[in-house]
Ligand binder design. Structure first.
Ligand SMILES: Cc1cc2nc3c(=O)[nH]c(=O)nc-3n(C[C@H](O)[C@H](O)[C@H](O)COP(=O)(O)OP(=O)(O)OC[C@H]3O[C@@H](n4cnc5c(N)ncnc54)[C@H](O)[C@@H]3O)c2cc1C
Length: 402
């Protein structure tokens, strides 16, 4: 097996694949390998998300999220259209249900205007025309550019294009260690590359530490569980209905999403868990790691910044169908338990906590050495943002590339 390449990309999620696509477009002569510990692309966050291409309304103007989200959405839509992948540009409503939320909704509206994101305030009648079953609430806005896509289709298409362009994929190939001669030890032996991109999602902090970076970050996994509307209740949601989020937290709150195949998902939750891949019961829990996750959670809980305790209490309750339904009912008040069924879909966010100030990181984080670039905290909307983020990342690495 050839084990020497110009570029090694660690992780075959959307970030790894879009970086591969950007590199091969700019530098067709480079030899590129994508190293993936699973047996196929998109087994983790990129294949388990809501498939919503966000418009970018939530993000502060100077953040990487704001810079990449709207541009990434457009790029992904163009890619989908060129590749024959279906996209529904159906928009979404955000509904405020009390006075505090109404004030936050106004902030979102102002933020959209200052970031040139199309947005429209809705009166009660307009909201009812769009979403007849949505709560009347205290205010609503419409984001027309929000769209949905099947994330797995995007990954399949990207992988096949990259393979045709000569990119090598090594599956079942987990990165274990970097030795002092800059050789990467994997489960398939040593791989030598002149430059590495770390796109390892929920393991990106661990991989970055192999390169001497990310010392102040640790992953704090939050699980996203979903329910679905039964076919008999799907008429209650036309497109996407979202709550007003707490802008200090990186979660959007339980919402309704009509997917590309017209199923209506409710979720995801943001329940703290004790393993990076703890999708079910005790799966993916490792004793030492779960202790350090517990310690970081305890610190956040103790400090209670931005009412973190309330978040934890509220989210844990959502394991219970009744409480999950209560939070969904805020948006669609006629929802009843006969309308919903559990869904096997579960995702885990690659959320980092800063261990120095015990704050959750809100933006994407890029760190570099002279021969590597690391994409950390690739949380939502990293799927939407991926193509635009890949351009920024390759720009940032350009001078050091072979
Ligand atoms: C429940 C949920 C809902 C979401 N909804 C949305 C949404 O609607 N819209 C949106 O824009 N974003 C959404 N997101 C966020 C989005 O899914 C992620 O930000 C994005 O998929 C991150 O992509 P990635 O490539 O960084 O990570 P991943 O897709 O997790 O890919 C990382 C890859 O690296 C591999 N890997 C890890 N460690 C190693 C190693 N040591 N060696 C080799 N390979 C390794 C993993 O196996 C994995 O395949 C959601 C996320 C979740 C969890």
């Amino acid at each position: 097996m050839n084990n020497t390449f110009d570029i090694g990309i660690i992780g075959a999620g959307i970030i790894g694949l879009t970086i591969g696509a950007e590199l091969i477009k700019r530098y067709p002569a480079l030899s590129i390998v994508i190293l993936e510990k699973e047996n196929q692309a998109g087994i983790h966050a990129s294949g388990r998300n809501s498939g919503v291409m966000h418009c970018g309304i939530y993000y502060a103007k100077d953040s990487l999220k704001a810079k990449a989200c709207a541009a990434g959405r457009q790029h992904m839509i163009d890619f989908a259209k060129q590749s024959g992948i279906s996209v529904k540009e159906q928009g979404k409503v955000i509904v405020a249900t009390d006075e505090t939320e109404r004030l936050t909704l106004q902030k979102l509206y102002d933020n959209a205007l200052s970031n040139q994101i199309p947005v429209q305030q809705l009166d009660e009648k307009e909201l009812q025309e769009k979403e007849p079953y949505a709560a009347k609430g205290t205010g609503a806005i419409f984001c027309p550019t929000t769209a949905v896509i099947d994330p797995k289709q995007v990954l399949i298409k990207l992988q096949s294009q990259l393979e045709k362009q000569g990119v090598t994929f090594l599956f079942n190939c987990a990165v274990i260690k970097l030795n002092k001669y800059n050789r990467l030890l994997t489960t398939q032996g040593y791989i030598d590359c002149a430059y590495f991109f770390n796109c390892a999602g929920a393991h990106a902090d661990t991989v970055a530490k192999l390169f001497g970076l990310a010392e102040q970050y640790q992953l704090l996994p939050f699980k996203g569980l979903y329910w679905k509307l039964k076919p008999s209740a799907q008429h209650k949601v036309n497109a996407n209905i979202y709550p007003v989020p707490d802008l200090n937290m990186p979660f959007l709150g339980v919402h309704f999403t009509r997917t590309i195949d017209s199923q209506v998902y409710i979720g995801p939750t943001a329940i703290p868990v004790f393993g990076r891949e703890n999708y079910r019961r005790f799966q993916g829990i490792h004793f030492r790691e779960s202790l350090s996750i517990s310690y970081q959670l305890f610190q956040l809980y103790w400090q209670n910044t931005h009412h973190f305790r309330n978040v934890v209490h509220r989210e844990f309750k959502k394991y219970h169908a009744f409480h999950f339904m209560q939070s969904a009912r805020k948006l669609v008040p006629t929802l009843c338990k006969e309308d919903m069924e559990p869904s096997p879909k579960t995702g885990i966010r690659a959320q980092l906590v800063n261990t120095k100030n015990h704050q959750l990181e809100l933006d994407f984080i890029l760190e570099q050495t002279e021969n590597s670039l690391h994409i950390l905290n690739a949380i939502s909307p990293a799927f939407t943002s991926a193509f635009a983020l890949a351009k920024m990342i390759v720009d940032k690495a350009a001078l050091a590339l072979p």
